[in-house]
Ligand binder design. Structure first.
Ligand SMILES: NC(=O)C1=CN([C@@H]2O[C@H](COP(=O)(O)OP(=O)(O)OC[C@H]3O[C@@H](n4cnc5c(N)ncnc54)[C@H](O)[C@@H]3O)[C@@H](O)[C@H]2O)[C@H](O)CC1
Ligand SMILES: [K+]
Length: 534
């Protein structure tokens, strides 16, 4: 993820020192909010230890304006600001000033000899000195971490290379060992901003104030774990500049869905609409040993708002499935189980329908690659390709010869399926999720949903969205079938591939969170609960 270089920023007339002022203020505001939330928790007036959500990598809305810098009884707080030599350190020094202005006790702990700071960081050093903020220098002074109530980590930011060295490593280890809450500036020191690789040592933050843009490393594990709760704060860089700098990775929020993807998240059914208004999904899924996947997918497509859903399934499944979901229409696609020639029957059933969802519970069968290729090339409508259909895609050695699809196509692999699609190991996929998903989506002109903790939605145009909704309880059989149905249901209502994939993943996660709250224990979630909670 390219950082905006300082020259570009200054070219549009934003002096770096002004930017740093905005940054330091944003960090101070988030520290003060953290203090307020932590006090509320200890007084029992709010849930969650200092945040609206507990799970790491979650996004919470920022609070801004002068009120954001006010704290009752600020003198109860004593925060250490660990400052490195670069501009991340400079950010911390500005934050130290604002925290001091708010009446808190603040001590700056320099990782290096303060005289070695340069540029804007040196300016901030002088400003802090003029305010008389106490200073300790690591290696020269004893730093008592137990005497503080919190720590600002402004040691290393996007200029960090490799594992923290020397004083930086010692301060990171001491801060982590102190048991005090840590708020990190931009990224937790010791984290690789691009890949999310966590070096040893790496700060374990409770909150990370990410500046201007989501850094890719924060959006995927293990980085997301080190970052704690992520707050992305605007710092005065014009949106136009973002576009010019092809900022392409976004944490998925309602705002990003609306502004970047044009999703109408508040969409309501029109009063004069009828079931035909909201599209018709054809689901080609399920097999004799795996019928439930097709059922979950079909039900989810309806719950997502599709006007009608037809499930094309093997004939023998029709009687047992007939009553399972009265709202879903059933159509026999084969006399027995799936076979190569049944693709023609699926295409026949596709007449008058708007979207094809293919894959859940299909199983593998003789000629299945040619079966999928027929649907891929002949189905003129948007298509969602999941599960075994992805494995058929991965197994096809002539994919480049397949006629490119004109309609929107969404692939929804989990890491193992992505590994087969990309010819990599699952571990290799997990190490660089955003880049791999983006490269595949652009190369094949598809929208690719790489599932897993922090699902990535990569678009054909190069955007990548990282989802932070969801609950660990969603790691349950059938949850992927439900997501496929949701995406198909949104496509049926006219959403584009990127819109349906991003909004579908976002909704799927919200529904999983809602369903988990209704359960005695999140682990007792089943896929059907997610459909009910949509
Ligand atoms: N570019 C922007 O859009 C903005 C950036 N801001 C802040 O600036 C930092 C990046 O600052 P930079 O000076 O480039 O680097 P760092 O402060 O991260 O640190 C570099 C500093 O640390 C030394 N160093 C590097 N790696 C290691 C290591 N492994 N161990 C020890 N020391 C290391 C290196 O020698 C340098 O001295 C960005 O994160 C933001 O916080 C602004 O906020 C505005 C917008
Ligand atoms: K940092």
């Amino acid at each position: 993820m390219r950082e905006l270089d300082r020259r570009t920023i200054e070219e549009v007339g934003i002096p770096a020192v002004a930017l740093m002022e905005n940054v330091g203020r944003a960090i101070a505001e988030e520290v003060i909010r953290w203090c307020r939330e932590r006090r509320d928790v200890s007084s029992g007036s709010r849930q969650g230890a200092g945040s609206q959500s507990e799970s790491p990598g979650d996004l919470v809305p920022a609070v801004q304006g002068d009120a954001a810098l006010r704290l009752e009884e600020p003198e109860r707080e004593h925060w250490l600001v660990l400052a490195g030599k670069g501009n991340n350190g400079g950010d911390g020094l500005v934050a130290a000033r604002y925290l001091r202005e708010a009446g808190m006790r603040v001590t700056i702990v320099y990782a290096v000899e303060p005289g070695s700071l340069t540029g804007e960081a040196a300016l901030q050093r002088e400003a802090a000195r003029a305010l008389g903020i106490p200073v300790l220098v690591h290696g020269e002074d004893d730093v008592d971490f137990t005497a503080c109530t919190g720590i600002v980590d402004a040691l290393l930011g996007t200029g960090s290379r490799g594992a923290p060295r020397g004083a930086y490593a010692e301060l990171i280890a001491a801060a982590n060992g102190s048991g005090r809450d840590i708020v990190s500036a931009d990224i937790p020191s010791g984290l690789d901003a691009d890949t999310g690789a966590v070096h040893d040592p790496c700060i374990r933050a409770r909150r990370t104030v990410c500046l201007a843009f989501l850094k890719r490393g924060l959006a995927q594990f293990p980085g997301a774990e080190a970052a704690g709760e992520i707050v992305v704060r605007a710092i005065g860089i014009p949106a136009l500049l973002c576009a010019q700098q092809n900022v392409s990775t976004f944490l998925l929020t309602e705002e990003v869905l609306r502004t970047r993807l044009g999703v109408d998240t508040a969409r309501r059914r029109s009063p004069d609409g009828h079931k035909g208004t909201y599209g018709h999904v054809l689901v080609a899924a399920g097999s004799l040993p795996m019928s439930g996947a097709g059922l979950l997918c079909s039900r989810a497509a309806l719950r997502a708002g599709s006007g009608l859903v037809t499930w094309a399934l093997p004939g023998p499944l029709l009687p047992p499935m007939a009553g399972a979901a009265p709202e879903v229409m059933l159509a026999s696609a084969t006399a027995a189980d799936w076979h190569e020639a049944s693709a023609a029957r699926v295409l026949e059933l596709l007449a008058g329908r708007d979207v094809l969802a293919v894959g859940p519970g299909l199983g593998r069968f003789e000629g299945d690659g040619r079966w999928l290729r027929t649907l891929w090339e002949e189905a003129a409508c948007p298509m969602v390709v999941d599960a075994d259909a992805l494995n058929m895609l991965a197994a096809s050695d002539d994919l480049d010869a397949w006629k490119p699809r004109q309609a929107d196509t969404v692939l929804t692999p989990h890491p193992g399926e992505m590994a087969r699609l990309a010819g990599l190991s699952t571990a290799e996929v997990q190490r660089d999720r955003i880049r791999l998903a983006s490269e595949y989506a652009k190369a094949h002109r598809v929208t690719l949903v790489l599932k897993g903790a922090r699902t990535v939605i990569a678009t054909p145009d190069g955007d990548a969205f990282v989802n932070a909704t969801g609950s660990p309880g969603m790691a349950t059989g059938g949850a992927g079938d439900v997501l496929t149905g949701i995406i198909a249901g949104l496509l049926a209502q006219g959403a584009s591939g990127p819109q349906a994939a991003a909004f579908g993943v976002y909704l799927h996660g919200l529904a999983g969170e809602a369903a988990a709250r209704r359960r005695a224990h999140p682990a007792s979630l089943v896929a059907g609960d997610i459909i009910e909670a949509l």
